[in-house]
Design a protein around this ligand. Structure first.
Ligand SMILES: C[S@@+](CC[C@H](N)C(=O)[O-])C[C@H]1O[C@@H](n2cnc3c(N)ncnc32)[C@H](O)[C@@H]1O
Length: 253
């Protein structure tokens, strides 16, 4: 299962910047193979480099070919993207379905092509008929045509999600998740004992607790806080309050 087995094919791109933005979208999502079918501008091009924003390696290794057939050589699944509702009766996939099918195909060591059309005219009917499936991004009907590099981003994002899920890798930021999980853990017995010592000291300092006549206050408070099942994050808050309270009593002396 390999994202490198999935190629992005741009057909007859007229704006060099779109090739760069496509390279950036691909690199963000871990794809490497870019095919350019008869582009208007040859690479390197300053607009492409600027929009690639560091994805220069994708542009440098991009293969420029004369026609779609050449770009599809070796592929066993070809997905053609289209903004238009066409008359050709063809199996249509949404981006998530397209991504899942692509990842399944790469699991069988096969190559996949995602084909994107011209900025002004999309893919021709002949080109679309060369594809196994059509992929439509369900944009708003009144304005359904995305910039070609934006369409690449949508499809490659879904590919990455499908790939991560197939590999049982997390799709959420690991670091945040770990911190969140840590904060939600219940605090330990030792942490609670330190808290009770801190609380007692603070209550004495603010004259709420008379150490000579404690009247079971700490026992009652222990029962209350034990019931609350305090998490590590909540314990930090409580300890912070006690620290500040003690500080202010010391400042007032
Ligand atoms: C600006 S669009 C082309 C619009 C063109 N007027 C047409 O009707 O096809 C350029 C390319 O972006 C992709 N694209 C844009 N919007 C899309 C959508 N809603 N679904 C799938 N692909 C889309 C397709 O590859 C399309 O050929």
């Amino acid at each position: 299962m390999n994202l490198s087995a999935i190629r992005v094919v741009l057909v007859a791109t007229t704006h060099a910047g779109n090739m760069g933005a496509t390279a950036r979208a691909m690199k963000n999502m871990g794809l490497k193979q870019l095919f350019l079918v008869n582009p208007k501008h040859a690479l390197p091009h300053p607009d492409a480099t600027a929009r690639a924003s560091g994805a220069d390696d994708i542009l440098q290794t991009a293969q420029t070919v004369a026609n779609l057939e050449e770009a599809l050589t070796g592929c066993s699944l070809v997905l053609g993207t289209s903004a238009r509702d066409r008359q050709i009766p063809w199996p249509i996939l949404d981006p998530k379905e397209a991504a899942n099918l692509s990842i399944e195909t790469t699991q069988q060591q096969q190559q996949v092509a995602l084909v994107f059309g011209r900025e002004h005219a999309g893919l021709t009917n002949e080109e679309l008929q060369r594809c196994d499936y059509h992929v439509h991004i369900p944009a708003d009907d009144s304005f359904s045509s995305l910039n070609v590099a934006a369409a690449v981003q949508v499809l490659t994002y879904e590919l990455r999600m499908a790939w991560l899920q197939a590999q049982k890798q997390p799709t959420k930021m690991q670091k945040q998740e770990t911190t969140l999980q840590q904060n939600n853990l219940p605090c330990t017995h030792e942490e609670l004992e330190l808290f009770y010592q801190h609380l007692e000291k603070t209550l004495i300092a603010v004259n709420f607790l008379d150490p000579n006549r404690p009247r079971h206050l700490m026992t009652r408070l222990r029962r209350l806080y034990n019931r609350a099942q305090i998490t590590k994050l909540e314990m930090n808050i409580l300890r912070g309050i006690l620290t500040e309270t003690l500080k202010s009593t010391q400042n007032n002396q």
